[in-house]
Design a protein around this ligand. Structure first.
Ligand code: LLP
Length: 414
């Protein structure tokens, strides 16, 4: 087990989290190398011998060393900005295995990605298609494109992370997508290479994926019938993980079901998993600053806050919170909150904990959309990040300094 309870406390691989906190301080994100590679293998093993490519959706965690781990395993990447592309390159990833998603690609984004020779732009609107075409013409090249279709499927997930319904800003309805494909097919500066779909995140059932898949296959068959052949089908990300008691689908079952439905179609299949590759490979380590007895509730005020891990505040997401060392005594119900000046700043509510000031807590399942969504709100430097491999620690990101936060700011003088 990557994170395991031993008599001397909670461990990450062969090291106690307490020793990691001693060495690097808190708040601190701690990742398990074995958990990252294990999660990768769940996809890679099931895809062995199939014509497929995993493009890690790096928005889930874009720290360079995390990308490096996946790049070395042969991963491609799903990016949403030129900034993410630079990270892929800096981490040793291959731009030829990069797909570019997102509804608002800027001119600079497109120019950079085209020059870097990415695998495919996942196009989200007609104006975007025209912009990519114009930029490709200016660079005297051809841009490889897929259109992200919106299959109008309910992913049954939190409304903020559901994307495959007609009312969402994402994707293009099938009828309109056909117009885009005809345009692209006729263009000398565009090359149709795929069809793309992504319906949401933290999806725990197979049914919505398969519904979207079937509709998308039918659409791609229709394209083929018009002579618009494709090379790949990009099925996006969205496979959920266990935070509490969810019973998420496993990649192998999903993959098996996909190939059953593909039949003899010769397409390569791309997947863009984010959360399922990193979510349970990281924890946020934090220390109790104060225990405060309020009129209605007890508060455990810790040194991590919503700026470090936004998910509880933004989605009311539930993360397990475990004491790093067990303490005797009757547990008390605490709201675990941070120092940020917002009532919405909490990491967990009504948690029965037996703790004292100075104790360490581990906020579990924080590897995805944790560090990558962190901010400097309240002028809080961002946390350090440590990757543990066996008993070896790698400081993969230094704790930010307050001086880092001033960089690029100017007084007006006078
Ligand atoms: N592909 C596309 C086009 C996406 O928009 C996303 C996630 C993914 C792949 C990866 O999805 P995953 O496998 O990680 O579910 N911040 C939210 C999640 C936002 C997901 C955005 N798009 C959270 O903390 O739950």
């Amino acid at each position: 087990m990557s994170f395991n309870q031993q008599t001397e406390g909670l461990h990450v691989e062969g090291l106690s989290l307490a020793s990691v906190a001693d060495q690097y301080g808190t708040p601190c994100y701690v990742y398990s190398h074995a958990a990252l590679t294990g999660a990768w293998r769940a996809w890679a093993d099931a895809l062995a011998g199939r014509n497929a490519l995993v493009c890690y959706a790096m928005k889930a965690n874009s720290s360079l060393a995390i990308l490096e781990v996946f790049a070395q395993l042969g991963s491609g990447f799903d990016i949403v900005s030129a900034g993410e592309l630079e990270r892929v390159i800096a981490a040793g990833g291959d731009p030829a295995r990069v797909v570019f998603s997102g509804v608002g690609k800027s001119r600079q984004d497109i120019e950079r990605a085209l020059a870097a020779g990415i695998l495919c732009f996942n196009v989200e609107s007609y104006p975007e298609l025209l912009r990519i075409e114009a930029i490709a013409a200016a660079q005297r090249t051809r841009a490889r494109i897929s259109v992200r279709v919106n299959p109008d499927v309910d992913a049954g997930t939190h409304p903020y992370i559901s994307t495959g319904l007609r009312e969402n800003k994402f994707g293009v309805p099938f009828a309109e997508a056909l117009t885009l494909y005809r345009h692209a097919h006729a263009s000398t500066h565009l090359e149709v290479v795929g069809v793309d779909v992504h319906i949401g995140s933290q999806i725990t059932e197979l049914a919505p994926f398969l519904e979207a898949l079937e509709r998308t296959i039918a659409f791609a068959d229709g394209l083929a019938a018009e002579g618009i052949g494709i090379h790949h089908l990009d099925l996006g990300g969205g496979v959920g993980i266990r935070y509490r008691d969810e019973e998420p689908i496993i990649p192998a079952d999903y993959i098996e079901a996909v190939w059953q439905r593909l039949g003899k179609r010769p397409w390569q299949v791309l997947f863009e998993p984010g959360r399922s590759l990193v979510g349970n490979a990281g924890v946020l380590l934090t220390r109790v600053e104060y225990l405060k007895v309020g009129a209605e509730r007890h508060f455990a005020i810790v040194d991590a806050a919503m700026n470090d891990l936004l998910r509880p505040s933004l989605y009311e997401a539930w993360h397990d919170i475990r004491p790093v060392s067990q303490r005797a005594g009757t547990p008390i119900e605490y709201d675990v909150v941070g120092p940020v000046c917002e009532s919405g700043d909490f990491l967990g509510r009504a948690r029965a904990l037996s703790i004292a000031e100075g104790d360490l807590l581990a906020v579990m399942s924080a590897g995805a959309y944790g560090m990558s969504m962190s901010s400097n709100y309240n002028s809080r430097p961002r946390a350090a990040e440590v990757l543990v491999d066996g008993t070896t620690t790698h400081l993969i990101r230094e704790r930010e300094s307050v001086k880092d936060l001033f960089r690029g700011e100017h007084l007006i003088g006078g």
